[in-house]
Ligand binder design. Sequence first.
Ligand code: MN
Length: 149
Amino acid sequence: MITSREEDYLEAIYNLIRKKGYAKTTHIAVELDIKPASVTEMLQKLDSKGYINYRKSEGAVLTKVGYKIGEAVRGRHKALLSLLMVLDVPEQMADKDACNMEHNLHPITIVQLKKFVSFVEHCPKGLPDWLACFREYSKTGKFPDECKK
Ligand code: MN
């Protein structure tokens, strides 16, 4: 079994490799906002579990399995971030909470979540009417006239 913390690491390593092409201990520590010493210990653990190849000088390289997990966690994070922002949660909070919510969701929940976000973002008619109404309701606490028709 993989823990939420391990998933966070694999996501952070995945993000760093996409951005920089490599993931060094110091960068992982910054990405996760923790001390480099605790990163080293976890990287050794992730290596022994077969998720990464860890070398002190070069940092972490994802194995095939580790890459798949990092990519999946990133996908869940993005979908949850979008969902929370659709709900008018400010981006910084939404980003933090997405990271807490992205673990332990049922695969079907994730599929439906992604469908919902994709619908809202890519509906050919543009921003759905009900969402515009919700935005106004969220700000004013009152149902806009559009809802009463
Ligand atoms: Mn995350």
